[in-house]
Ligand binder design. Structure first.
Ligand SMILES: Cc1ncc(COP(=O)(O)O)c(C=O)c1O
Length: 374
């Protein structure tokens, strides 16, 4: 079979190691996974009830238009339904945006330490990529990106992805920075700015931009969100994008008609109504982050203040070995060598007991691995 160079050289997405696999491989009974930025509360009981109720109907195809869900979200966000497209996780929407709005010869732009799916989806679509380097502060280089667009107008450039807050750093861009990029990129033919806000409900920063207002103001701005994080629906796969109706219409043409399954639709409907769960998830996350900051400060390990549900820290040791030693002790985290950060670890926030378990294990590993000099 002849396969293009882009597909042959594609390095697949590497998910966090599953709990059961870790138990088997390391002969463990207790394993804590803080590697995939999942909601540690487990699903909301209201969501489970809604799924239970919908089960007898799973022999039917789902509603291809996500009618009820669109109505609900439209009311909640105060935006017309024709601005909304649901996807099989926001990952599917990233893929669709590139497939629909790019072609071989066009280019997708992103930060060099950002959500890896942007690069994978671009490569799979035989589309070039350009990465903006982050500085030592591990923040997306907002002024570097703005300057690039203020001084260049290359028709190859089609889509710029900005994860805000950013995964894996947890850093965010404030209103002014995002506005400058919106202004620098507006008025171009065939150009889209994607504000990927997978973690937006976790943000505490007061100057976090209002992406919905930006979508209303700028035709080229698209907002993506997921229900896999704060709403605890990662396993059922549902995300959405808010964009200009013309752009939504093109995505609808290409997407699989039943891309959002019926259980995901009822789960999302119930989740959107469950404010208590959402608030509990936020509180759990913020308490967990503050606990991690405190502990990491005590250990003198540099870290980045996070607006998401994970924290990135510098282990001052070989990150691959660090992760491996933690696995042996039943803690799954993410090493960051693939992002050019060979000593960094990304640690998701768990339940209080899981966070304590994690810090205990981290301290044990700090004692057995030698510190690396810069
Ligand atoms: C920045 C960012 N965007 C999108 C996604 C994809 O989320 P989903 O589970 O909805 O596909 C993630 C998942 O980790 C993410 O970190």
């Amino acid at each position: 079979m002849k396969v293009s160079e882009e597909i042959r050289s594609l390095i697949p997405y590497k998910p966090g190691k599953p709990i059961e696999e870790t138990k088997r491989d390391y002969n463990l009974t207790e394993v804590v996974k803080l590697a995939s930025n999942e909601n540690p509360l487990g699903p909301s009981p209201k969501v489970l009830g809604a799924i239970q109720e919908a089960l007898p109907e799973i022999h039917r195809y789902p509603d291809a238009s996500c009618f009820q869900l669109s109505e609900k979200l439209s009311g909640k966000l105060g935006i017309d339904k024709n601005h909304i497209v649901f996807g099989n996780g926001s990952n599917e929407l990233i893929d669709l945006v590139i497939r629909v709005f790019c072609e071989p010869g066009s280019r997708v732009l992103m930060s060099d330490k950002s959500f890896i799916a942007y690069k994978i989806c671009a490569q799979a679509a035989r589309v070039e990529t350009k990465e903006f380097a982050m500085g030592n502060d591990l923040k997306i280089d907002a002024s570097g990106i703005a300057e690039y667009f203020e001084t260049t107008n290359d028709p190859k450039d089609r889509v710029l992805f900005i994860a805000n807050p950013n995964n894996p750093t947890g850093s965010y861009m404030g209103n002014e920075e995002i506005l400058r990029i919106c202004e620098a990129t507006k008025g171009r033919d065939n150009f889209m700015l994607i504000l990927d806000e997978a973690y937006n409900e976790f943000v505490r920063a007061p100057d976090y931009p209002d992406a919905l207002e930006l979508v209303k103001k700028y035709k080229h701005v698209v907002n993506m969100r997921t229900m896999g994080k704060v709403y605890g629906l990662a396993g059922i796969r549902i995300g959405y994008m808010i964009a200009h109706p013309e752009h939504c219409d093109y995505i609808h043409r290409v997407r699989n008609p039943f891309n959002v399954n019926s259980l995901a639709q009822v789960a999302a409907l119930a989740a959107l109504d469950d404010q208590d769960y959402l608030q509990k998830a936020q509180r759990t996350n913020w308490a967990g982050l503050d606990y991690f900051y405190n502990e990491l400060e005590g250990l003198k390990l540099p870290f980045i203040r996070s607006e998401a549900n994970f924290v990135l820290f510098d282990s001052r040791r070989n990150g691959g070995q660090f992760t491996e030693e933690l696995l042996k002790k039943g803690l799954i985290v993410r090493p960051m060598a693939g992002y050019g950060l060979p000593r960094h670890i990304r640690l998701s926030v768990g339940l209080e007991s899981e966070n304590q378990f994690a810090m205990k294990r981290i301290k044990e590993v700090l004692d057995i691995l030698p510190e690396e000099s810069h």
